[in-house]
Design a protein around this ligand. Structure first.
Ligand SMILES: Nc1nc2c(c(=O)[nH]1)N[C@@H](CN(C=O)c1ccc(C(=O)N[C@@H](CCC(=O)O)C(=O)O)cc1)CN2
Length: 301
């Protein structure tokens, strides 16, 4: 078996096209959504992600407010900026890029964001809504994963899903989303006994552990849908001294020989994270204005 490739880049482009149409309709009513992105410090990967977020925000027709703060920013200064953005009527969504410098308690900052503007879906109010099945803003990466899984198989009821990783940002919300689709969900992690055996039970395997190519081909059930959230930089000496390449948490070639469908890295889940951020900003803007959320159903041919 050679797995079909789940093209996250193409799916994300389709989603952004729908968002652009919806934002155009809102702009005509004088209600252009706005997204504020805050970065603290100079982490190179974060700088790229934030630049991409700001560019794509403008490309879909939204207003982008970028706040670049020095690494020495205090927690109080960041909390004061967040309070200002909470109060700003032009801002529908607020995202504080993670990770934050050591002197800032990220959880405190997340909890300071107005849950109605929490387009990352990290606030305990939104996490709690997801857990209890109440509509709310859902964390972007897991939401993107679910959309990609459903682009392969719409009805997931009764399937065994294994989520590798238990972070608040990906593993836990992913598990909740799959429970919401009536999957039988196992959350596995570094202390799980016989990880390969647990993974082999999965009809859907979501790997979010941050360990390069940890999941091998013989961990995967024949015909499974495999979603790789990992973005790991590893040395790539064949392209020159000090060069790196990006790999996922799954050994792609091995897994492709066994799975029925698989997301590549890059070009799988990553692009969906930003597309879902824009989707969440649209949702937050609609909710704040008591407008109906447009349908963004995306189907690839
Ligand atoms: N406040 C947040 N911080 C962080 C989040 C988040 O969702 N909210 N997620 C990650 C980083 N991230 C977005 O912020 C992100 C990561 C990766 C990609 C992406 O498109 N990746 C490319 C490959 C990139 C590469 O080559 O390095 C891909 O997979 O194709 C987009 C967004 C941590 N922080």
């Amino acid at each position: 078996m050679s797995a079909s490739i789940i093209d996250g880049k193409a799916y994300a482009a389709g989603l952004r096209a729908r968002i652009t149409d919806a934002v155009g309709d809102m702009a005509q009513q004088g209600a252009t959504p706005g997204l504020a992105v805050v970065i603290v410090g100079e982490d190179p990967a974060s700088q790229i992600y934030v630049k991409n977020k700001a560019r794509q925000t403008v490309e879909v027709g939204m207003r982008s407010f970028e706040h670049v703060l020095p690494a020495s920013t205090s927690e109080a200064e960041l909390l004061s900026l967040v309070a200002g953005l909470n109060a700003d009527p032009a801002v529908d969504g607020i995202l504080v890029q993670l990770p934050l410098p050591r002197q800032i308690d990220a959880q405190k900052v997340i909890e300071a964001i107005d849950p109605a503007k929490d387009v990352d879906g990290f606030h305990p109010i939104n996490a709690g809504k997801l857990m209890t099945g109440v509509p709310g803003l859902v964390s972007c990466t897991p939401l993107g994963c679910l959309l990609l899984i459903q682009s392969v198989q719409r009805d997931l009821a009764g399937l065994n899903a294994v989520v590798l990783g238990r972070s608040n940002i990906v593993g836990k919300p992913m598990a909740q989303l799959l429970i919401g689709q009536s999957c039988t969900v196992t959350v596995a992690h570094s202390k799980t006994r016989d990880l390969p055996e647990v993974c082999r039970e999965a009809d859907i395997l979501v790997a979010a552990v941050g360990r390069p190519e940890m999941v091998r081909g013989d961990w995967i059930k024949r015909g499974a849908i495999v979603v790789d959230v990992g973005i790991n930089r590893v040395p790539n000496p064949s392209s020159g001294e000090g060069k790196t390449r990006v790999v996922g948490d799954v050994a792609y070639a091995e897994a492709s020989a066994v799975a029925s469908a698989i997301t590549p890295v890059p070009g799988g889940v990553g692009p969906m994270t930003i597309a879902c951020l824009l989707r969440n900003t649209l949702e937050a803007a609609c909710l704040r204005r008591s407008l109906p959320m447009p349908s963004l159903d995306v189907r690839l041919a």
